[in-house]
Design a protein. Structure first.
Lengths: 374, 285
């Protein structure tokens, strides 16, 4: 592995007195390699922004250590950490033009004027803000301010680039274009970036690895693919993925060479014992209750299968989302063709055991994904 | 504005005129009195038409007051200078101490910070006369009575809390992230304070300074008790116009006109600056 760009180890963050105040981050340990793009993904209040601000030095670390490039920084003032940051609230300096705002980030580096000009011009081109360089922050739109703020962070050569919701205010088309460009820009220069976002599309598109956080606790830190295919627990499984994973509680039973996953409303998913790999089968049979999760695109309609009743049918232009009443809850399935199904229409669904995610009923920890143990 | 009817505009104009007349009348009257002699002022009924005279101003500027009983020396110009010196220096000292303190109170919450800030504000609650007696005794012991240093020190009671609390509010209105953005770019907190916080709070600091200046300028009782003739500001100096041969209304009026001129000029000048500063605003965008 490449040398570590950032090491966070055993970090706690309390607002208020230690151990008595509100704990925003709990025992966070993360290591990020040089040149990596990492997304901190989570809902509001999950501790992702607190983490970012501790790295930047705007919040004190209550316990634990943070190192940037092998150098402990958590007690240093922000100025000595050599990190760049794009703020969620833009925080552009009002009396300066967009050009000056970006240039003053370079002031401390004492570059020759021509080089500063060239850098500003290239970043402005990248972010499509060339036409507003001479304007003041108060006279441009939120999206433009956000790009200016992003430019001010990217223009610097820092050990670490921290981007707090860097594209939240942009229009969808522009966002898609800029995602690609920014990723290319970061990769080309070998920068290390940490991105805070609640938008999983953005995390998936930009990040090499995603750290999913909830309640101040790191839930999973892995590549986007593995997070989707092998969620470490029920939270990650249901949080990542659109539409979200279908989740049902099931009693595990076995009879006549079959494994039955008995769902509420007297329904049951029955599989041949041989449909599971031996370790997964053993795990299943050793438990009485589990939680099963199925991605919406893994649910198939079939002639024979478990009955459900359509409760909503939405054509989104490129796929159909069908919601059905199923086992005392709701099941969502995705189909790629336009499907004509009336409300209340009976359907039958089947679920391939290869697509079954099984979680522990009490702890929510993953037990198996398809044929493999978690 | 374009949606108001004619009637509305007329009514608004009339109301504004009334208010202006109401508030401006005493000032206009004083201004007119300053160009009259005591005889024309005290004429009954009072008359709007009179023969203007500059005698009052001449008397003030030369320091020779002609009364029926003879010529009196008055130190009005000296008083005016004292007022300027005391007010300007007090406000300067207050800004020097108060602005960094306001920044500290706005940005750093430390143990007891609210209590300290409130204590400073509470200096303004105490009636001046209550403070004055013990203060006079102390000042006489310390040799501060009747000195500029002593007066400026006492004037901090007036200026410092005002500046501290107004400026603190302005600092709090600046999003902390703007300062963080500057600090993370490789600047110390002091550079951030100087280059980011101070300019952004500039209009607020100017407003607070102006207000403190007016309060200091108008102060009467501190100077009355703690200063003797050569250190007295105009507010106290005006008492000299109550002479044994009557009250010199003309000179008092001229003195008032001269003494409100600096504050008025300052206010008019700063007003333009304040409006400019405010239109910069929109920090959040």
């Amino acid at each position: 592995m490449s040398p570590s760009a950032l090491t966070i180890s055993g970090v706690d963050k309390f607002y208020g007195p230690i151990d008595r105040g509100v704990q925003a981050v709990k025992k966070l340990t993360i290591e990020i390699g040089k040149g990596e793009i990492v997304a901190l993904l989570g809902s509001s209040g999950c501790g992702k922004t607190s983490t970012l601000r501790m790295i930047a030095g705007f919040e004190e670390v209550s316990r634990g250590t943070i190192s940037v490039g092998g150098r402990q920084v958590h007690t240093l003032p922000p100025v000595k950490r050599n990190v760049a940051m794009a703020f969620e609230g833009y925080s552009l300096y009002p009396p300066l033009t967009v050009r000056e705002n970006m240039a003053f980030a370079l002031k401390a580096a004492r570059l020759p004027k021509s080089e500063v000009e060239a850098k500003v011009a290239s970043i402005a081109k990248l972010l499509e803000i060339e036409d507003i360089l001479e304007r003041h922050p108060s006279s441009i739109s939120g999206g433009q301010q956000q790009r200016a703020s992003l430019g001010r962070a990217l223009i610097r050569e820092a050990d670490l680039h921290l981007l707090d919701e860097p594209m939240g205010q942009l229009e969808p088309q522009l966002r898609a274009v800029l995602r690609g460009r920014i990723k290319h820009f970061i990769k080309e220069r070998g920068l290390t970036a940490i991105l805070v976002t609640h938008d999983q599309t953005e995390a998936n598109a930009l990040a090499d690895r995603i750290a999913v956080m909830e309640g101040g606790v790191l839930q999973q830190f892995d590549t986007p693919d593995r997070i989707k295919e092998r969620p470490a627990n029920l939270f990650t499984g249901t949080f990542v993925g659109e539409p979200p994973m279908n989740v049902f509680e099931a009693y595990v039973g076995s009879a006549a060479g079959k494994i039955n996953l008995r769902l509420p409303d007297g329904l049951s998913l029955d599989y041949d014992k041989d449909a599971f790999s031996a370790p997964v089968r053993d795990q299943l049979l050793s438990r009485e209750r589990v939680v099963i999760g199925i991605r919406p695109y893994a649910v198939r309609r079939s002639k024979e299968g478990v009955p459900a009743r359509v409760s909503a049918n939405q054509w989104l232009g490129d796929q159909t989302h069908i919601a059905a009443d199923f086992a005392g809850g709701s099941l969502v399935l995705v189909e790629h063709d336009r499907t004509r199904l009336d409300l209340g229409a009976p359907i039958n669904v089947s679920i391939d055991p290869k697509n079954l995610h099984v979680f522990d009923q009490a702890s929510g920890e993953a037990i198996s994904h398809g044929m493999e143990l978690a | 504005m374009e949606h108001t009817s004619l009637l509305e505009r007329i009514l608004r104009g009339a109301a504004l005129t009334l208010v202006v007349i109401f508030f401006m009348f005493p000032i206009v009257w004083i201004f007119m009195m300053s160009f009259q002699t005591n005889e024309t002022i005290l004429r009954i009924p009072p008359q709007l038409v009179f023969e203007p005279t500059l005698a009052n101003y001449t008397a003030l500027i030369t320091g020779k007051l002609m009364t029926a009983a003879g010529t009196l020396d008055i130190a009005f110009m000296r008083n005016l200078w004292n007022s300027v010196f005391l007010s300007v220096t007090s406000v300067a000292v207050s800004l020097l101490l108060g602005v960094p303190a306001a920044y500290a109170f706005a940005r750093h919450k430390f143990r007891g910070s609210e209590d300290i800030a409130f204590t400073l504000l509470s200096f303004r609650f105490a009636p001046a006369l209550l403070v004055l007696l013990p203060l006079t005794l102390y000042f006489q012991k310390l040799g501060l009575a009747n000195t500029y240093v002593g007066l400026i020190w006492v004037y901090q009671l007036i200026c410092l809390p005002l500046i501290l609390w107004i400026v603190r509010g302005y600092f709090e209105d600046i999003p902390a992230d703007i300062e963080y953005a500057y600090r993370i770019g490789g600047h110390s907190w002091f550079a951030t304070f100087r280059k980011i916080a101070l300019p952004l709070a500039g209009p607020g600091i100017a407003a607070a300074g102006l207000l403190a200046f007016i309060f200091a300028w108008n102060n009467f009782v501190f100077a009355l008790v703690l200063a003797s003739a050569d250190k007295q500001p105009v507010t106290v100096g005006a008492l000299a116009f109550i002479t044994s041969s009557g009250i010199q209304y003309g000179q008092i009026s001229a003195a008032i006109v001269l003494s409100i001129t600096p504050t008025l000029a300052l206010a008019l000048y700063a007003q333009r600056y304040l409006v400019e500063g405010l239109s910069l605003g929109a920090v959040k965008g």
